[in-house]
Design a protein around this ligand. Structure first.
Ligand code: MG
Length: 154
């Protein structure tokens, strides 16, 4: 069996008005993530990690029209890498944000992401961290996500 890993990063700015879509889950509140798409930085970081692991480009190249559902974009990327012979082994994401609290939404995100990736929830990890009040994340201007995905091929 051959394995490969890829890394993905994404950030989006907060804008007024909820809900906030993250990891395919709508989180109630007074802000959302601004962007061409639904702003789902977790889905975008995982998509970039997937494409990176397969050497299949990046999310900006694959989806020039990004005014669309990010979980559907993720499913499309999974389909693309499967045509190259790869399947997803696991995904691990860190969300760096002062808010919202990720732990309260972790299991819902794992379920949605696992379904999109063709995994079980136990093979998907979502972790939240604050930035200790430092910089643009600390000031609550937006949030950042880092994802690592491992692919396998038999
Ligand atoms: Mg993005």
């Amino acid at each position: 069996m051959t394995t490969r890993s890829g890394i993905g990063y994404d950030s989006h700015r907060f804008a007024p008005g909820g809900p906030l879509r993250l990891g395919g889950v709508d989180i109630p509140g007074d802000v959302h993530l601004a962007g061409h798409s639904d702003g789902d930085a977790v889905a975008h970081a995982i998509t970039d990690a997937l494409l990176g692991a397969a050497g299949a480009g990046d999310i900006g190249e694959m989806f020039s029209d990004r005014g669309r559902d990010s979980i559907e974009m993720l499913r499309t990327a999974v389909a693309r890498i499967s045509t190259l012979g790869w399947s997803v082994a696991n995904a691990d994401v860190s969300v760096v944000a002062e808010r919202p609290r990720i732990a309260e939404h972790r299991e819902a995100m794992r379920a949605v992401l696992a379904n999109a990736l063709g995994l079980s929830p136990g093979e998907v990890s979502v972790k939240g961290k604050t930035n200790e009040g430092m910089g643009w994340v600390g000031r609550g201007e937006g949030l950042a996500c880092i994802a690592v995905v491992t692919l396998s091929r038999h």
